[in-house]
Design a protein around this ligand. Structure first.
Ligand code: CO
Length: 132
């Protein structure tokens, strides 16, 4: 079961510049950058009340985030829904014919998995089961 929106992923070219925009223009602090995506991206979280905006900057010119920026430019990259049981969710979505990218993997917030935008009306969807 989907509980709520966990975060929005936003692709940026320059994480330091983007963080400065969020801080000085929007008045929102962001977390110190950490490595994500098996070292292919740098990530900083902007806490906005209950929700999070996840700023994503590719490292280098390879990898999915770099390709996304090349093709689509900066902007919303994915929407992440928090679920109560990720394995049950994946099983149920697969049964409904939804294309899952890989298997659930441990991430910053807990186990997470992506659904291909081909099957979700054009939106890359991430599901996360938060650790208790
Ligand atoms: Co995410």
């Amino acid at each position: 079961m989907i509980k709520k929106i966990s975060h929005l992923g936003v692709a940026v070219r320059d994480l330091a510049e983007a963080r400065e925009f969020y801080r000085s223009i929007l008045g929102l602090e962001s977390s110190d950058p950490i490595l994500g995506g098996e070292g292919a991206i740098e990530v900083s979280m902007v806490q906005v009340g209950d929700a999070i905006v996840e700023l994503l900057q590719p490292i280098g010119n390879e990898g999915v985030m770099a390709k996304f920026l090349e093709k689509r430019g900066e902007g919303i990259h994915h929407i992440c829904y928090e679920v109560d049981d990720i394995n049950a969710e994946v099983t149920s979505l697969k049964a409904k014919g939804i294309e899952i990218i890989g298997e659930p993997k441990p991430g910053a917030e807990g186990m997470s998995v992506f659904l291909h935008p081909r099957g979700t009306h054009g939106v890359l969807v991430e599901l996360v089961e938060k650790e208790e």
